[in-house]
Design a protein around this ligand. Structure first.
Ligand SMILES: Nc1ncnc2c1ncn2[C@@H]1O[C@H](COP(=O)(O)OP(=O)(O)OP(=O)(O)O)[C@@H](O)[C@H]1O
Length: 254
């Protein structure tokens, strides 16, 4: 069953009197429930725009997007906001954590808005997430008092607090050093293993090599696709996947 599906999805912008510019063109995409898909491609190829269109953050100008069988353009703004709040999670590079709230309150905020569970339950859920990502001791800290990697973990907890079916990430490891990036990737792989669908935009072949499928975007289209299958535990297998993916990317001129 597909959690996300598009037909001839397109996004065009018009600047002043210039011709309409297509940033996304004819995208036919199907993502299975529980799948882990990575999106790669050169800068400006449309990767972030694709995430915005798939999540309904931006209304696509052409084609259709279905999430869990519901076509996004048929939903009201309020329905879309509810869908994003309860069924989708987002880890974007500008993490939008609020400066006047501590780490734990930032994580809890979407759960208060969603009003799906009792206060006790959501506090327990936040505690479990902070434990799982190794930031339980930082719950009371201001967001200015933690490292970039710790902040990214908090952003992951916040994205997961409403137990979304699909987690979108736009360069979730982009701003981190390589050891923090590797730790964040382990957390994301663990989230995938527990059944959440993952769709990550990344420039990092190490991150993409953990995905089951890698899409390569060029000039607003999905130009190529590489199937890696489910990733095993051994470091040898991971290395081999990374090499295989790097070779494929090299052939594409990346
Ligand atoms: N609101 C907008 N109006 C006009 N053009 C836009 C708008 N948003 C994005 N673009 C253009 O769309 C193209 C794709 O942008 P997008 O951010 O999706 O690329 P990307 O592949 O995510 O790039 P990067 O890897 O650098 O983040 C770019 O040429 C960008 O300038």
């Amino acid at each position: 069953m597909f959690i996300l599906e598009t037909k001839r999805l397109g996004q065009a912008y018009q600047a002043g009197t210039e011709q309409r510019q297509y940033v996304l063109k004819d995208i036919d995409l199907q993502i299975r429930k529980g799948e882990f898909v990575a999106v790669m491609g050169p800068s400006g190829s449309g990767k972030s725009t694709l995430l915005y269109a798939l999540s309904g953050m931006e209304q696509a100008t052409e084609g259709q997007v279905w999430f869990g069988g519901r076509e996004l353009s048929g939903l009201s703004e309020q329905e879309l906001a509810g869908l994003r709040l309860r069924q989708m999670g987002f880890i974007f590079q500008q993490m939008f954590l609020l400066k006047n709230l501590n780490i734990e309150d930032n994580i809890l905020l979407p759960a208060y808005y969603a009003k799906q569970s009792s206060r006790r339950k959501i506090h327990k859920q936040a505690e479990e997430l902070m434990k799982r990502t190794g930031i339980a001791a930082l719950a009371e800290r201001e967001i200015t008092e933690v490292s970039g990697g710790q902040l990214q973990r908090a952003a992951i907890c916040r994205a997961l607090i409403n137990q979304p079916e699909l987690l979108f990430g736009d360069e979730p490891t982009g701003a981190l050093n390589s050891s923090s990036a590797a730790e964040i990737m382990e957390i994301l792989a663990d989230i995938h293993a527990s059944g959440t669908t993952l769709l990550l935009v990344t420039h990092d072949a190490k991150v993409a090599a953990r995905a089951e499928r890698v899409l390569y975007m060029l000039d607003g289209s999905i130009a190529a696709e590489h199937r890696l299958g489910r990733c095993g535990e051994s470091s040898g297998e991971r290395k081999a996947r990374e090499e295989q993916l790097s070779l494929w990317l090299k052939e594409l001129g990346f």
